[in-house]
Design a protein around this ligand. Sequence first.
Ligand code: LRH
Ligand code: MN
Length: 426
Amino acid sequence: MRITQENISENNQSILSAHQQELDFLSGLLSKEGVDIWALIDKIKEFQIAVPSWALGAGGTRFGRFGLGGEPRNLEEKLEDIGLLKALTQKTSSVSLHIPWDIPSDYSTITGLASELGISFDAMNSNTFQDYGQQETYKLGSLGNAKKSIRNQAVDHNIQVIEIGKKLGSKGLTVWLADGSNFPGQSSMRNALQWTQESLTQIYTAMPDDWKLLLEYKPYEPNFYHTIIPDWGTSSLLCKSLGDRAKVLVDLGHHLPNTNIEQIVATLMYQDMLAGFHFNDSKYGDDDLTTGSIKPYQLFLIFCELISGSEDGAQTWESISWMIDASHNTKDPLEDLMQALEVISICFTKALLVDRKKLSACQLDGDVVGAQECLQEAFQRDVRPLVREARIQNGGAANPITLYRKLEVRKNLIQERGANSRSTGL
Ligand code: LRH
Ligand code: MN
């Protein structure tokens, strides 16, 4: 199924006057405060977010998975679904593939379809946390496994992923390791870290010079006593030992409760060590819930650090990768992703509205209340008309989910692919 520009402009027509009224009112308020509306809208239009290939079907937990039908059965259909998201939101111009879940059957078909849909290939993800018929099991680890032969197998897999990515035009490799232990004494934590460093060095050396390595950390799960790369400190320690094209990937769900993630972002930008993000939200653990559905203020504060860090020259905006990493246990994956894209754009826009001059003056004067008022002033602003205007100017739908439902996309996908089609992924 494809959504045409006619579908979109016809639907937008019905809401344009109401939208224009809201936009004019907000523009009036913000212009009085010296905000350049059009520059703001351009920044929102340019801000693109990669879609994870593994989040286009129903996710699940060990307690069960509830399919919804019409799920993409192969990489071609996954690209079609991202094409639907792009048509509706004009926010998703790239996909992040996971290997072996998304090994292309025919490269020319895949690259042809991707360019037809206007989709490029973002960072590739290796997978040494499952067994999928490889020689030796990853049950007790991969790059940090005590057995040299298994470490070599995992290094070879990552090099294969790089080779696949090179054929697709990707420029990055994301490495997340489930490696660790479930019980004290089970593994030598210092040796496992050293073996991991040695394995990563082989992978980094095999990467083309214009590629970057994004090293993702996670405190626990699937191992529940220790994880070899549990936090940003260990990830940046390893990255610094590899070289300046290795940086730290921040998955918002990979933090112990109440961790100050915006401070981690500030610290990584201070060292030019931030690779990018896996956006999602969580209440307790790595819940992979819809971005901004639980802690939108935290997401706003993270964007405040990103904007101040890039405007002050700590790290360039262009060097940071933006991806969603979520699992849809109870929502339609495409609706869930459209909700995430909306709130990411909203929190980014609110953060752009922070009067940074006034804020740093308050910080220097020790005006604690004044400083918070600067953030609240921006966070409490309803910027949805700006985000909608940016989307409409980009050729997207004024209200993506409304149009998605009006066109009965899920129903059409079920007719096309069947009620029990299942997507590869978690
Ligand atoms: C690990 C993770 C990682 C992916 C996987 C699908 O929790 O966040 O980024 O490889 O989810
Ligand atoms: Mn992730």
